[in-house]
Ligand binder design. Structure first.
Ligand code: ADP
Length: 183
């Protein structure tokens, strides 16, 4: 019997507990799950593509192994359907939070179905605990010094804190340069 390969695409900037919930549950419905990290330069990601892949890989390695789960992380910078075809996927996996995701996901699933009707999009409802978690708000809260420990792993929280500290330091240096220039 041929194996069922699923692709879970996203920006993962950074990966949150909500993503992990979908990864764990998604891994159970396919034989092999490929987490596809989109370059998505248009979204102006905080972490580079390489960093996002590295964070995901480190997190997965630290996750308790579950029998038979086969999960791998791959970057991509092409059309999602082309990537899915290249890995032999039969399904695209997406997570769905409340109503906010619906319109966008509905359109994307429809367009992708037109591009390749043999690859179906399968949605997993976000679980109640993770319903309100989004990478975007995690970044906004973190940048303003809020507590993000309930939304991401300790390692991801640390990476965010380090990145924001670096941002603040760079902004401080730029301000100093402008002041010196004005004097
Ligand atoms: P994208 O830029 O493709 O939306 P994201 O990294 O934001 O990438 O999300 C990837 C997928 O994970 C999307 O299907 C999104 O709806 C889903 N997702 C994001 N956060 C959660 C969450 N808290 N619970 C369940 N699914 C989520």
């Amino acid at each position: 019997m041929s194996e069922h390969i699923g692709v879970y695409p996203g920006t993962f900037d950074p990966v949150t507990n909500g993503h992990f919930d979908i990864i764990r549950r998604g891994a159970r419905v396919v034989d092999r799950l490929v987490i596809a990290v989109a370059k998505n330069a248009g979204k102006g990601p905080l972490f580079t593509l390489e960093e996002r892949v590295e964070i995901l890989e480190a997190e997965l390695a630290a996750m308790p192994p579950v029998d038979g789960y086969r999960v791998e992380v791959r970057p991509f910078d092409t059309l999602l359907m082309h990537f899915a075809e290249s890995v032999g996927a039969s399904v695209i996996l997406r997570g769905l939070r409340a109503v906010s995701d619906f319109e966008y996901e509905f359109q994307m699933a429809g367009m992708n179905a037109r591009l390749n009707p043999k690859i179906d999009t399968v949605f997993l409802m976000a679980s109640e605990r993770h319903q309100f978690i989004s990478s975007r708000f995690v970044k906004e809260i973190g940048r303003l010094g809020g507590d993000i420990s309930g939304f991401v792993s300790a390692t991801v929280a640390e990476r965010l804190r380090a990145r924001f500290a670096e941002e603040r330091r760079r902004r401080g240096e730029a301000k100093k340069r402008i002041q010196t220039f004005e004097e």
